[in-house]
Design a protein around this ligand. Structure first.
Ligand code: PMP
Length: 406
């Protein structure tokens, strides 16, 4: 992104011009959540002020207009990930709810005691714990794909994990700790040869690269709106219609039914079968605006800009004495996890904060990965489309300054 464009983009995000502790904010916690452009916040406010009405059930003008906006947002999501049909776009509260919905529904229909799921060692807790809950209920087994010391999944070992009982593979597209971009296309290809479907956790890929679910041939793909410059509380489960058709509803309630009597209830068609209750129809408008916003810039351009930032940051950070970086995959997204000497990650994070630099510290909801790395936590800087090389210079100088204090 050219400097001028970048300045224009930054101006769309009012929060970026605020100060913390009298220092200009350097926001490097995009992996946790991204900031919102005016266009997204304005769309939300406008809808509350001028359209707000419940969707899908009103005869009146506002309800129809709200329904049209909500369903248009579904189409925006479909186009953004190149799904075949809006029937395949289920709105949820976020990645976590998407995975819980999936595990509950798919598990109920397709998994029996002794059946197996394949996960990777670098999964977020939200792609581990729901499977453990299912394991406790159903007696399924969890197999784990290991990685090498650069943070790359071992594909030969992955292939060895398949058995007659493998029912599903569920893996992160991009690690929220290591930044590793996993070769999910290749992994899906192999799984399909074994007749096994794959869920891709796209929480850390959707904001950073073009994603085409049909090109990947992903059976399921999930993400959160708030990590892609959209509002909190809205997310997506994409699933191939042929699978979603066979899966039972997750929650029961309004919207997801066709007819209810005390004797028998029939369920609504896709995608509504999985959307019980009043949806966050304002949130979906915000999400669609966010996807329009990044599309207008271009996902390829965003990916190139962030790649440049990441390469620059890797080289700057490596100059710092005692620097240890976790995750040096060949294919690496815009997330850098590190420790310096024996400075505790929490101390580093707290002192960087005093300099106006927002990073995340801790286990990043990936404790099994921390065990694999033999550490308790890291400091994590994660970049977004609005970050600059100047901000990385501030980070590098900040880390050096903090290091000298110890
Ligand atoms: N998976 C990954 C890879 C993530 O990075 C995150 C968020 N840190 C999640 C899942 C969970 O997302 P959410 O909290 O928005 O449901």
């Amino acid at each position: 992104l050219k400097d001028m464009n970048l300045q224009k983009i930054r101006a769309d995000f009012p929060i970026l011009s605020r100060e913390v502790y009298g220092k200009p904010l350097v926001y490097f916690d995009n992996g946790a959540t991204t900031q919102k452009p005016r266009q997204v916040v304005d769309a939300i406010t406008d809808e509350y002020y001028s359209v707000n009405a419940n969707v899908h059930r009103g005869v009146h003008f506002l309800s129809q207009q709200a329904t049209e906006l909500h369903e248009a947002s579904r189409e925006t999501v479909r186009k953004f990930i190149n799904a075949g049909s809006t029937n395949e776009i289920i709105f949820t509260r976020g990645t976590t709810e998407s995975i819980n919905l999936f595990v509950s529904s798919f598990g109920e229909e397709f998994m029996q005691e002794g059946d197996e799921v394949i996960l990777s060692v670098m999964e977020h807790h939200s792609n581990i714990v729901p499977w453990q809950l299912l394991a406790a209920k159903r007696g399924i087994a969890i197999k784990v794909i290991p990685m090498n010391d650069r943070g790359e999944l071992l594909l030969d070992e992955y292939k060895q994990l398949f058995s007659e009982r493998t029912k599903i593979v569920s893996v992160a597209h991009v690690s929220n700790v290591l930044g590793t971009m996993n070769p999910v296309g290749e992994m899906i290809g192999y799984a399909h040869e074994q007749g096994v479907p794959v869920l891709v956790d796209g929480a850390q890929s959707i904001p950073h690269m073009p994603v085409d679910v049909r090109d990947l041939d992903a059976d399921f793909y999930v993400f959160s709106g708030h990590k892609v410059y959209g509002p909190t509380g809205v997310g997506v489960l994409y699933g191939k219609e042929e699978w979603l058709d066979k899966m039972p509803p997750y929650q029961g309630g309004g919207e997801m039914i066709q007819h209810v009597s005390f004797e028998r209830t029939t369920f609504n068609e896709l995608p509504f079968k999985f959307e019980a209750g009043t949806p966050d129809y304002i949130g979906t408008t915000g999400l669609a605006k966010a996807l329009d916003y990044v599309s207008a810039i271009g996902m390829e351009k965003i990916a190139a800009h962030e790649h440049e930032l990441t390469m620059y940051a890797m080289s700057r950070l490596k100059e710092i004495p005692g620097m240890r970086i976790f995750g040096e995959a060949q294919e690496k997204g815009s997330v850098i996890s590190f420790l310096v000497g024996d400075i505790h990650h929490f101390d580093m994070g707290t002192l960087l904060d005093r300099l106006g630099i927002a990073v995340r510290t801790g286990h990043h909801c990936a404790q099994p990965l921390m065990q694999r790395l033999g550490i308790e936590g890291t400091v994590r800087a994660s970049f977004g489309l609005y970050n600059t090389k100047e901000e990385i210079d501030i980070l590098a100088a900040g880390i050096e300054r903090v290091s000298k204090m110890f």
